[in-house]
Design a protein around this ligand. Structure first.
Ligand code: BGC
Length: 267
C-alpha cells in the first residue's frame, strides 16, 4: 500500500511517499511553489502536480494551513479567501482520483512528532508549536490529538500572536535572534499560563536553527525542537490518511477520508 503525504505551506507544496510504520519518507521530496495568491484552483493544481510526480498510490494525506472539519476548510489566515468553507477533501479527491484525507498542518506535524519524533512516549498534555508563515498549534493529551486548536491566534497586547512571533515576522522585519526570541518567549509564557503543558515541541523551518534562539528563551515548560523537521507535515498527513482508511477511531476523528472518485463511479 503506497500512501503519499503532501504538505501545503505558505511558500511551497511538498510531497513524498511515506513509510507509515517507521515514519520515514520513502524517497526524495518533490516541491512546487505555492501559487500566489493561493487560491483553491491554483493549490489543487499544485497538489496534483506533486502527486503526479510519484505515479500511482493508494491514498493521499494532505495538510492545510487552516482549520479543517470533515474535509471542509473553515479558515484561511495565510491563503486565499476562496478556501473559506471549501469542500477541500472532495476537490482533491476528484482531481487526484484517489481517496484523500485533509487535516490542519500543525496537527499533522504534531501527530508525526508524537508518533515518531520529539513527542514519542510522552504522556500528559503536550503542545506542538510551528513557527513559520503563521503560528500553528497542535495539542495532545496522552498521545491523542485534540484537533484544530488555533492557539497561534491568541491575542497578546490586543494583537494576533502570530503577527508578533511567527518566523515570517522575524524575516520580514529583519529581526535579529535577540530581537525575535523575546517575542516567542512572550507567546510561550502566555500559553503556559493558559494551559500549563508538560512539553513544547517547536517546529517549522526555523526549528533547524534552534541553537540560535532556544538559549534566549526563558520559560518554565521544557521545550524541544521537532526532530522530523520539514518532513513532519508530510509524514503526519500520510499517517492520518492511513488511519482514515481504517475507519473511525483514528487519531483525528475529523480527518475522514473522502473518495470522490469512488463516489462518482457509484453515482
Ligand atoms: C492558521 C493555522 C495554521 C498555522 C500554520 C495559522 O495562521 O490559522 O490553522 O496551522 O497558521 O500554518
Amino acid at each position: 500500500m503506497t500512501i503519499l503525504g503532501i504538505d501545503i505551506g505558505g511558500s511551497g507544496v511538498k510531497g513524498a511517499p511515506v513509510d507509515t510504520v517507521r515514519g520515514e519518507l520513502l524517497g526524495e521530496r518533490f516541491r512546487v511553489p505555492t501559487p500566489q495568491p493561493a487560491t483553491v484552483d491554483g493549490v489543487v493544481e499544485a497538489v496534483a502536480e506533486v502527486a503526479e510526480k510519484f505515479g500511482d498510490c493508494d491514498s493521499v494525506g494532505i495538510t492545510f494551513p487552516g482549520v479543517v472539519v470533515d474535509g471542509v476548510t473553515r479558515t484561511a489566515a495565510n491563503v486565499d479567501r476562496s478556501w473559506l468553507d471549501a469542500p477541500a477533501a472532495q476537490l482533491f479527491a476528484r482531481r487526484l482520483g484517489k481517496p484523500v484525507t485533509v487535516l490542519n498542518d500543525a496537527d499533522a506535524a504534531g501527530a508525526a512528532e508524537v508518533a515518531f519524533g520529539a513527542g514519542r512516549d510522552q504522556s500528559g498534555l503536550i503542545m506542538m508549536v510551528t513557527l513559520g508563515t503563521g503560528i500553528g498549534t497542535a495539542l495532545f493529551l496522552d498521545g491523542v490529538l485534540i484537533p484544530n486548536t488555533e492557539l497561534g491566534h491568541v491575542e497578546i497586547d490586543g494583537k494576533d500572536a502570530e503577527l508578533l512571533a511567527a518566523d515570517r515576522i522575524r524575516e520580514s522585519k529583519e529581526l535579529s535572534w535577540e530581537q525575535w526570541a523575546p517575542r516567542v518567549e512572550r507567546y510561550l509564557r502566555h500559553i503556559e499560563m493558559l494551559l500549563a503543558p508538560r512539553l513544547f515541541i517547536i517546529g517549522g523551518g526555523v526549528s533547524k536553527k534552534s541553537e540560535k534562539f532556544f538559549p534566549l528563551i526563558d520559560i518554565r515548560t521544557p521545550m524541544v525542537a521537532a526532530t522530523l523537521l520539514n518532513n513532519a507535515g508530510i509524514i503526519g498527513a500520510a499517517v492520518s490518511a492511513e488511519q482514515a482508511a481504517q475507519g473511525p477511531g483514528g487519531q483525528d476523528p475529523g480527518a475522514i477520508q473522502v473518495d470522490a472518485a469512488a463516489q462518482a463511479a457509484r453515482d
